[in-house]
Design a protein around this ligand. Sequence first.
Ligand code: CAA
Length: 389
Amino acid sequence: MSNNWLFPLSTEHEMIRQTAREFARKEIAPIANEFDESGEFPLKTIRKMGEMGFMGIEVPEEYGGAGMDTLAYVLALEEVSKADAAHGTIMSVNNSLFCYGILRYGTDTQKEKFVRPVASGQAIGAYSLTEPMSGSDAGTMRSRAERHGDVYILNGRKSWVTSGPVADYVVVFCMTEPEKKHHGVTAFIVDANTPGFIRGKKEPKLGVRASATSELVFENCEVPLENRLGQEGEGFKIAMAVLDAGRIGIAAQSLGIAEAAYEASLQFAAEREAFGHKIGEFQGISFKLADMKTRIEAARLLTYNAAIAKEHSKNTGERFTLEASMAKLFASETAMFVTHAAVQIHGGMGYSRELPIERYFRDAKITEIYEGTSEIQRMVIARLESGLR
Ligand code: CAA
């Protein structure tokens, strides 16, 4: 156990953490392996999480959310991800990539129409930026949106869309003026029932298997003008600013995965015997555990710090890009380090599907890839620090 001197939690924060912990232990942990195995989307649990307020933690109550702050969101997401990272992915996308963007850039009508159902878990939200030929280099997207009077016609192919196979509403980024490069990108909120909205191939994945991921294809998909998010040409900045929030979510998810793997390892090391000793008495194991714990606590400080920076930005308008990228980078690499060590400590049992350790290891890997790879986070941090951006 350790005390957190930098971030003493308020009663409200302790309460959300406790509520999320109990819910995750009771409702998510027991089904995590089964859903990982089948790859089925856990809709029933997601609906319950919506009723608990977890799908729109920072959304004001007037739009159906819990009306809490970013630290509350991080604490709840950490607990959910500790039980199952796939539930964490779905929760993170709903909260930060969908609701946050519309709350920040949307009109009152858009908030009422799209944020309310997603924040309450009655509908699923998604965010679609990546394309088959543009991942890290997001500004080179090829999907087009052409304005015809009061509608835009969308054409293109998007890939790696979290919740793509089940989403009711998707924030989609398209080129409206390709010659202007990233200044020619515009954001839209697309209803999945719109003709020309086609769900493509579902991705078979290594980890977070219960969170459905797919391509989305737009074929002459007609989106009304009132569904444009922000102004024409503002899309790339919106995409980046929303990812800043998303990256804090992924840091919290990474923290949850790492904690689960660490706690299991600590317990295993205290019980398992070899050569007449508990294995935790051997320096080879105890030093590993010490490194795991230390990195987790460092990741926690960066993640909570990013949450507070984002909260602060609500008053000042200052960007929290640096804090979010550092938290995402360090926490995701910590999740990878810790889960790798956890498999090693558990030996054969770490490799067996009878325990969740191998699942933690598989789930951790995506945190170093989605919402900006570790290499992209390093690029963002380096550019900001050198004054290049
Ligand atoms: N907030 C606001 N504006 C920002 C910004 C931010 N965080 N980051 C950049 N911008 C602005 C810049 O100020 C600049 O504006 P001006 O041109 O007006 O000066 C503009 O955006 C372009 O910035 P850059 O020159 O830095 O752009 P770049 O082309 O070099 O790319 C990048 C920057 C950081 C590499 C960016 O492309 C990036 O983050 N790439 C990774 C994309 C990513 O994370 N994809 C994951 C998608 S989601 C997903 O994983 C699936 C899912 O469903 C969860």
